[in-house]
Design a protein around this ligand. Sequence first.
Ligand code: DSN
Length: 417
Amino acid sequence: MVERNLHEVDPEVGALVTAEERREFDKIRLIASENYVSRAVLEATGSVFTNKYSEGYAGKRYYEGQQCVDPLETLAIARAKALFGADHANVQPYSGSPANLAVYLATLQPGETVMGMALPAGGHLTHGWKVSATGAWFRSVQYGVDSRTGRIDYDAVRALALAERPKLLIAGATAYPRIIDFPAFRAIADEVGARLLVDMAHIAGLVAGGAHPSPVPYADVVSTTTHKTLRGPRGAMLLCREALAKDIDKAVFPGLQGGPHNHTTAGIAVALGEASTPAFREYAHQVVRNARALAEGLAAHGFKLVSGGTDNHLILMDVTPRGMTGKAFARALDRAGLECNYNTVPDDPRKPFDPSGLRLGTAAVTSRGMTESDMARIADWFGQVVSVVEDPDALDRTAADVRGFCAGFPAPGIAIH
Ligand code: DSN
């Protein structure tokens, strides 16, 4: 039987897939949490492993037929442990939020105190923000960044921890452009008797490639998504010390989840293999060099960078001094072919749905082979767009220029040349 392909079976969805490929190819993608996976990762993620149920762990499943899933998951775990130097890895969490919730389940009782970075300061919903289950079902105290420097004030974190005595201290962020001092967090956790969770979702690829210090030697548990700088499929992992291994595994399954998404596990295994290569090391360092170059270019165009620059893949900037709001500027940039997201900045006087800032990242553009000189060009486009936000024709002309520019950079996983 010759089976019909997607475009024949469902032209409507097929057309949307093709359009998304075109969109991702034609645009400069600067959303700090996104990337391009390789064709190999796409193939593994789109494989027949999506057909299989396998609740449990290798050797202890609740379904028969695990002859291929067991070695696959075991391989992904071995690669994760080797790449990050961890005692134990769980590759089953569906994504970052369930992964973090599993850590709460493994280490806390409802109502106990957790301390993480506040969402508007750059933290994540699941670090105890009030609208998240982690803020509703636990007693959450939140730290921010220093208003003057835009950086974490470790003395202030310590003072708050001493006053509030959290059981779980969380380090890690979604919008923090500087290196996080993991030894400092460890020392604070030890002083107050807390466990330390590091959410390295944004920087996992940089850690894997040696372009950011690793949290693994310092944290009790490290959570990460697999699809940001790590360049894998949408999924997550937990790495932990041996002492917590059983509790973490029990929290993921059966505590929170049912069957793992084996097709995602396949994609994660491939991505971890790719991340173990010298080419990925070079990639991770280029991501950081590109972020620095983009930050310098944007600063030269008069944009105000939170903390004055970046050490990682991410840039946060306040666009209000240029007479803009984050949302209006992000919309105009998107029309001009430059994709990013509006974001709060520390102590933002504006609301999260219409904040003062933009967040940018260089993981995706670096996957296309762009380098520092290309970042200067991108910064110039930012400078150009800010003066024509109300002029759709000018934005469309920039989009045409951006398309021409992008045509010179192959996009992993996308068969457009
Ligand atoms: N939503 C992700 C991000 O964009 O950073 C975090 O989960």
